[in-house]
Design a protein around this ligand. Structure first.
Ligand SMILES: *[C@@H]1O[C@H](CO)[C@@H](O)[C@H](O)[C@H]1NC(C)=O
Ligand SMILES: *[C@@H]1O[C@H](CO)[C@@H](O)[C@H](O)[C@H]1NC(C)=O
Ligand SMILES: *[C@@H]1O[C@H](CO)[C@@H](O)[C@H](O)[C@H]1NC(C)=O
Ligand SMILES: *[C@@H]1O[C@H](CO)[C@@H](O)[C@H](O)[C@H]1NC(C)=O
Ligand SMILES: [Fe+2]
Length: 449
């Protein structure tokens, strides 16, 4: 076997790389050293890293996204679990992302779409190119049936520092407890910091979950630098808005992801508020067409900053004038949105069915059976360097349950009538500290009357 290192202690370079390095004349040999030392040669970084999955919104497909720091081809080799390894291959392409920091670091973001996957079957894959392959990962192609009951883990506000829930999420993901993960904004704290090295490290950390199930996202305030560019480039969500707003279907649910940040970072364009609103309106009209609402009765939204909250950190959701509530509550109510998922507050809060500050229980005994308004859940306590948030002592009457342990939420959309949610406390070793069934015999605006 050939030694993979040369006598200079360098790994063997492919001819193009050698030529590139020689041409810039960067070899310097220090004569006083017994072993020759090479200075000033930047490492070649063609090894794939930060591997993560997302669902492109088209049946039988899955997108694989990863990063290299030098140019390389974009390929995924894959095959059915138990079959011949890597018997299939799909090609994609890479986009150059130049971070906005002083070093203007350059990342190659590779994207490959796998298609014609067999729903419910598990695939083994690696990604990269002949210049270097990633580790081996696996995923199960989403079942396409609207009778299927997808299982979600969802949370917001997870950082590079103190990502307390990640180890538990990793284990649960790898044993197959989830079909999809929803990260409801605020990543890494912050992805752009240290010239986007914090973003790189965070994406390496979440590879432990995101390389196994689709990792679906929406932007949070911590992504705002350089017009949300780290968010827009690093993730690959359905649609053509670079992940700012999009929707997709899974099981009996239509999921809508959007940016609450258009209401706060208006320097990036006031028109984004209007564009997003128009898109939401159209998407809600489409998903409310009788044939669509029949097969996907649940409409679930996710956005980072909540319309309501009872935290003591002076965010506008604690007061009356939440910009997000002003902007979107009527639209969501009038289109019969069933469930609204939020984060941003580093706590968990469950609300009684609410609209315009008024509680609309299904009944006093069973508030979540045929509720007369959307149900809101705030789950932003996955863990980050900002630690926990506190609560105001006397919440308003729409607040049903509050807890400030680190943790995350599990959700399963069972069928057209039943949806289950529970809150996991990581502080209490995975104990379920809250749970609820949302039961709806009717969906859409007709359910409110
Ligand atoms: C998909 O889900 C449906 C409904 O639960 C089930 O009947 C079907 O067998 C599943 N398909 C696969 C391939 O697992
Ligand atoms: C910010 O990004 C959005 C989405 O790509 C774009 O529409 C907008 O024009 C950008 N704003 C600025 C100020 O560059
Ligand atoms: C809603 O239901 C809960 C639980 O039964 C109850 O505590 C609360 O007072 C109810 N709110 C209204 C406005 O009926
Ligand atoms: C929906 O799922 C729930 C929970 O498993 C079950 O009790 C109920 O009977 C199911 N309803 C239908 C219409 O299948
Ligand atoms: Fe936030």
């Amino acid at each position: 076997m050939q030694d993979s290192k040369t006598s200079l202690g360098l790994r063997k370079l492919i001819p193009e790389e050698k030529a590139k390095m020689l041409s810039v004349g960067v070899f310097l040999f220090l004569s006083y050293s017994t072993a020759p030392v090479v200075l000033g040669v930047p490492p070649i970084k063609i090894q794939p890293e930060q591997v993560h999955l997302s669902y492109p919104g088209v049946y039988g497909s899955m997108m694989v996204t990863w990063t290299t720091f030098d140019e390389a081809d974009s390929m995924v080799e894959y095959g059915l679990l138990g079959g011949k390894l890597f018997e299939m291959m799909a090609k994609g392409s890479s986009t150059i992302f130049v971070d906005g920091g002083s070093e203007k670091r350059k990342l190659f973001i590779h994207r490959v779409t796998l298609s014609a996957l067999r729903p419910g079957f598990t695939y083994v894959y690696h990604c990269g190119s002949g210049a270097g392959w990633s580790d081996i990962f696996y995923f199960t192609a989403l079942n396409e049936s609207s009778d299927w009951s997808p299982r979600f883990a969802l949370f917001g506000d997870m950082g590079n520092e103190n990502p307390q829930s990640l180890a538990r999420l990793q284990k649960e993901t790898q044993v197959g407890m989830y079909d999809v993960i929803l990260h409801i904004g605020d990543f890494a704290y912050d992805m752009d910091e240290d010239n986007a090295r914090i973003g790189d490290e965070f994406m390496r950390q979440v590879e432990s979950i995101a390389a196994y199930v689709p990792y679906m996202t929406c932007p949070g305030n911590h992504e705002n630098s350089y017009n949300f560019s780290n968010y827009r480039y690093r993730f690959s969500m359905p649609g053509d808005t670079e992940g700012l707003w999009y929707s997709w279907n899974v099981g009996p649910a239509h999921l809508i992801s959007f940016s609450t940040e258009v209401y706060f970072y208006t320097d990036y364009g006031l028109d984004l508020i209007v564009k997003q609103y128009e898109w939401l309106k159209k998407d809600l009209e489409e998903s409310n067409k009788p044939e669509n609402r029949k097969s996907r009765p649940w409409i679930i939204t996710m956005g980072h900053r909540p319309m309501y909250c009872s935290n003591n950190d002076h965010d506008d959701c604690t007061k009356f004038e939440s910009l997000v509530r002003k902007g979107l509550e009527n639209l969501f109510y009038l289109n019969g949105v069933d469930l609204e998922l939020w984060a941003h507050e580093h706590t968990y809060e469950r609300l009684w069915p609410v609209y315009g500050f008024m509680v609309y229980n299904g009944s006093r005994e069973e508030p979540y059976v045929n509720p007369k308004a959307p149900v809101h859940i705030i789950t932003g306590s996955a863990g980050c360097r900002e630690k926990h948030d506190g609560f105001i002592p006397d919440p308003r009457d729409w607040s049903a349950f509050r807890n400030s342990d680190y943790g995350y939420t599990r959700m399963q959309v069972f069928n057209s009538t039943h949806l289950y949610l529970e809150q996991v406390s990581d502080d209490q070793n995975g104990k379920v500290i809250d749970s609820m069934w949302l039961v709806k015999e009717q969906h859409g605006v007709v359910a409110w009357v």
